[in-house]
Design a binder for this molecule. Structure first.
Ligand SMILES: Cc1cc2nc3c(=O)[nH]c(=O)nc-3n(C[C@H](O)[C@H](O)[C@H](O)COP(=O)(O)OP(=O)(O)OC[C@H]3O[C@@H](n4cnc5c(N)ncnc54)[C@H](O)[C@@H]3O)c2cc1C
Length: 390
């Protein structure tokens, strides 16, 4: 029997990872991206691999499982994808915020997660270059890390080509042809029609529109975010690549920064789901100036603004993974935290696509069915997922 032809729409970190996994399993794969692979949300990501900021416990465990899968996944990609460990530190200066941080650490510890409170001295010892100021409470999640999404996507594409998969960039999907049982028979693109046995929709923020071409409703919330970069700097952080520092003035948000393996720093403000659209040079300069107050060694760096990034954000904030009842050979793969979750979600998707398995024990809460019958009007009434994540 001929291998099934799997067409993956979207070559961000999620689609590229799924394509790599299914091609490794012997399937015939075509990946289609309207742009260059990795140029969507994946190129704007802070790319912090974590489970400490995730709840409830089931979603936390999924993120933790994926975090722990990263080393093997990176090995399988057989290139340096910038995977580095060392953890994350955060501290709070105000009593109310400190109370919340302590409660969070206690909750994570009750889930068996290696998060712990550290003293000001230990924090300073971990990172001597930090200007820490007042510490009402501080934590250290020693198991968290970072990766470079573009390198991950590039490695997936390289392995896909070796596996004789077809990777089509600059080709846009325009429609999905269906038979009388609503099964997709071919994908209509700017480069012509492509026959398909199974179609994976991993089109990021465009997943709603692309799945909608087959009558599948996958609602999303709008979630713009801005993370700037700096020019490369010599190593400033000794142990911990991801730092969350409290605001130094009333009305400001916390600053988070990450030291990338190529020497550049990424700087954002607020928590991981904070909405932000100011991608001007002035805002980038302001973020850098605030980061300098916490990490004085940054003086001399220049701020490089990055255009606003739109997070793929399922309406309730949780992944949407699985075959859609309305189009039984269409597999939806939409998630926030796709950098953390790529190893686990791509492995589970490959099991379901290649083996016909149903990984319900893990993916049960994240099926597309939960939105069946929802209208865009009802969706617009729902609380923004930002309110449920930290
Ligand atoms: C500011 C910011 C900070 C973040 N921080 C973190 C973090 O610290 N940790 C973490 O785990 N996650 C983080 N995320 C989330 C993470 O980056 C995303 O979940 C992940 O990149 C999503 O990958 P994706 O492949 O689903 O989407 P994308 O990377 O957007 O890929 C989708 C692809 O589909 C293609 N496409 C769309 N429509 C079509 C069409 N019609 N035809 C063909 N191709 C199409 C696009 O060109 C694109 O390349 C952050 C995101 C942002 C924006």
């Amino acid at each position: 029997m001929d291998a099934q032809h799997i067409v993956v729409i979207g070559a961000g970190i999620v689609g590229a990872s799924i394509a790599f996994r299914v091609a490794s399993r012997g399937a015939r794969v075509t990946v289609i991206d309207k742009d260059q692979p990795g140029f969507g949300a994946s190129s704007h990501s802070f790319a912090w691999i974590n489970a400490g900021a995730k709840e409830p416990v089931g979603y936390h465990n999924l993120n933790r499982r994926s975090l722990e899968m990263w080393p093997r996944f990176a090995d399988a990609l057989a290139e340096d994808v910038g995977l580095r460990w060392g953890g994350k530190v955060a501290w709070e200066a105000e009593p109310e915020a400190a109370k919340a941080l302590v409660a969070r650490v206690e909750q994570l510890q009750s889930w068996g997660y290696p998060s712990r409170l550290v003293s000001r001295e230990e924090l300073q010892d971990l990172e001597p270059a930090l200007n820490i100021g007042v510490v009402a409470a501080a934590d250290y999640n020693e198991n968290e890390g970072q990766v470079e999404p573009q390198l991950v996507v590039d490695a997936c594409v390289n392995r896909l080509r070796e596996l004789e998969a077809s990777v089509m960039s600059g080709v846009q999907v325009l429609g999905l042809r269906q038979d009388t049982h609503n099964r997709i028979t071919s994908v209509q693109t700017t480069a012509g029609d492509i026959d398909a046995d199974i179609v994976v929709v991993a089109a990021g923020t465009a997943t709603t529109a692309v799945a909608g071409m087959a009558g599948v409703y996958v609602p999303q919330a709008e979630s713009p975010g801005v993370v700037i970069r700096t020019t490369p700097m010599p190593s400033l952080l000794r142990n911990v690549p991801v730092v969350y520092a409290p605001p130094l003035e009333d009305g400001r948000r916390e600053i988070h920064l990450r030291h990338c393996p190529d020497g550049r720093l990424m700087i954002g403000e607020g928590d991981q789901e904070s909405l932000a659209e100011d991608d001007t040079q002035a805002h980038a300069d302001d973020l850098l100036a605030r980061a300098c107050q916490h990490l004085p060694g940054l003086k001399g760096a220049s701020a490089v603004p990055v255009p606003v990034g739109w997070r793929p954000m399922p309406l309730d904030g949780y992944p949407v993974m699985g075959f859609a009842p309305e189009a039984p050979n269409l597999y939806v793969a939409l998630t926030h935290s796709g950098v953390t979750l790529a190893p686990a979600l791509s492995q589970l998707a490959a099991l379901e696509i290649c083996d016909g398995a149903r990984a319900d024990a893990v993916l049960g809460p994240y099926r597309p069915e939960r939105f069946a019958g929802m209208t865009p009007e009802a969706a617009s009434q729902m609380e923004h997922p930002r309110a449920r994540h930290r």
